[in-house]
Design a protein around this ligand. Structure first.
Ligand code: NAP
Length: 333
C-alpha cells in the first residue's frame, strides 16, 4: 500500500510517498481502506516538528474516513463494508481526558491516515451517517468534534444564545454551522470581507473584519448593546479581548492560539463576570457518537473548501498554510 511519511527536510519535515506492506489487524482492531482525509492546523505544526512527538517517519493526519476491509479477532459490531471515520484519540472511548491518550492521537502519537490502509482500534472508529460523503466524513474527527465539545458538551449552548467565532477555518466554520442549527446568534470574525459574506450566507447574524477593526472586542460590545456574548470559541489566542466582550455568566472554550497566544491577560473579568473557561482537546468517541446523531438528525454537511487528489497532498498542505481556505481542506485517497 502507498502512504506518506514525514521526513526531515531542512528546518521542517516534508512528505515522502512510500510503499509499506498491507497491515493486518490484531485482536480488537480493524483495517480501514481510507477514502478521504482532511487537514487541520495541527498538521502544519506536526510538519514543522513543533508538536512535541516523534515526527521522522510518521504517517501524518488525524482525520480520515473509509471502509472497513478486515476485522481482527474478537471485534464485535463492526464488519467489512462498514463506513467509518477514525477517532482523533484512538484510546479515548469515554469519560474524562487522561494525558496518556495523547500517545494514541492519529498523526501525532501514532501513525495517521494519509495512507491507503490504516489499522484502527475497534473502539476508535465511529460509523458514518449515510448522508455524508467520504470527504465530508473526513472533516468530523478533529474540527467537527472540537467545535461540538466547545459549544455543546462543555458549553451547554442554549437556543437564542450569542456566540463569537474567530476566523473561517475548519473549527470555526463547523462551530458556525452547529451554532446556527442550535438556534444561536453568531458574530463571526474574519480577516476577509469575502469570507464574511460566505459566513453570512451560512447564517452568521453579524460579522466583523478583525483587520479593519483590530479592537474588534469593542465592536462586539457595541453589537450586543453592551451585554457581551454568551460563548466564545477561542481559536486565535485572543483571550484578553474575548474576556472583555464576554457576557456575565458567559463561557469561553479555549481551543487554539493561532495568533501566538502570548501577551498579558487581565483575568479580572473572568471572576467579575462569573464566567467559565474550559480548555478543549478534541473529545472522546462517546462525544463523537452524540455529535454524529445530531448531524444525522439535522442532515448537516461540513463545508469543504477544496478537495485535492492523493498525489497532490503537498499542495493541500500549502493551501491550508496560505490561510485562503474557508472551512475544510480535504485529500481524496
Ligand atoms: N484544542 C483542540 O483540540 C484543537 C482542535 C482543533 C484545532 N485547534 C486549534 O484551533 C485553531 C484553528 O484550527 P483549524 O484547524 O480550524 O485552523 P484553520 O482551518 O487553519 O483556520 C485558520 C483560520 O483562522 C483564522 N485566523 C488566523 N489567525 C487568526 C487570529 N490571530 N485570530 C483569529 N483568527 C485567526 C483565519 O481565518 P480568516 O482567513 O477568516 O481570517 C485562518 O484562515 C488552531 O490553533 C488549532 O491548533 C485545537
Amino acid at each position: 500500500m502507498k502512504c506518506y511519511e514525514l521526513t526531515k527536510a531542512g528546518e521542517e519535515f516534508a512528505l515522502q510517498l512510500r510503499e509499506r506492506p498491507q497491515p493486518e489487524p490484531g485482536p480488537g482492531q480493524v483495517r480501514v481502506r481510507v477514502h478521504a482525509c482532511s487537514l487541520n492546523y495541527r498538521d502544519l505544526l506536526v510538519r514543522q516538528g513543533r508538536y512535541g512527538r516523534r515526527t521522522e517517519g510518521l504517517v501524518p493526519l488525524s482525520d480520515g474516513a473509509g471502509e472497513i476491509e478486515a476485522v481482527g479477532a474478537g471485534v464485535q459490531g463492526l464488519q467489512p463494508g462498514d463506513r467509518v471515520a477514525g477517532c482523533f484519540f484512538q484510546g479515548w472511548s469515554q469519560g474524562p481526558f487522561n494525558a496518556a491518550f495523547q500517545d494514541t492521537a492519529l498523526g501525532g502519537g501514532r501513525d495517521g491516515v494519509l495512507t491507503e490502509q490504516v489499522i484502527l482500534e475497534e473502539h476508535g472508529v465511529v460509523c458514518l451517517p449515510a448522508h455524508l460523503s467520504w470527504a465530508e466524513g473526513a472533516c468530523l474527527p478533529c474540527a467537527g468534534l472540537t467545535a461540538w465539545n466547545a459549544l455543546v458538551t462543555r458549553g451547554a449552548l442554549q437556543r437564542g444564545a450569542t456566540v463569537l467565532l474567530q476566523g473561517t477555518g475548519g473549527v470555526s466554520i463547523f462551530a458556525l454551522q452547529l451554532a446556527v442549527a442550535l438556534g444561536a446568534q453568531v458574530i463571526l470574525l474574519s480577516s476577509s470581507d469575502a469570507k464574511l459574506g460566505r459566513g453570512r450566507a451560512l447564517g452568521a447574524a453579524q460579522t466583523i473584519n478583525y483587520h479593519t477593526f483590530p479592537d474588534w472586542e469593542q465592536e462586539v460590545w457595541k453589537l450586543t448593546e453592551k451585554r457581551g456574548v454568551d460563548h466564545v470559541v477561542e481559536v486565535g489566542g485572543n483571550l484578553d479581548k474575548s474576556l472583555k466582550c464576554l457576557a456575565a455568566g458567559g463561557h469561553i472554550a479555549q481551543v487554539g492560539v493561532l495568533g501566538g497566544g502570548s501577551g498579558a491577560i487581565n483575568l479580572f473579568p473572568l471572576a467579575m463576570k462569573n464566567a467559565r473557561l474550559d480548555g478543549i482537546y478534541v473529545g472522546s468517541r462517546a462525544d463523537f457518537e452524540v455529535m454524529k446523531d445530531f448531524l444525522n438528525k439535522q442532515q448537516l454537511h461540513p463545508v469543504i473548501d477544496h478537495i485535492f487528489p492523493f498525489d497532490q497532498a503537498a499542495e493541500a498542505y500549502e493551501h491550508l498554510a496560505s490561510g485562503g481556505h474557508f472551512g475544510k481542506v480535504v485529500i481524496e485517497v
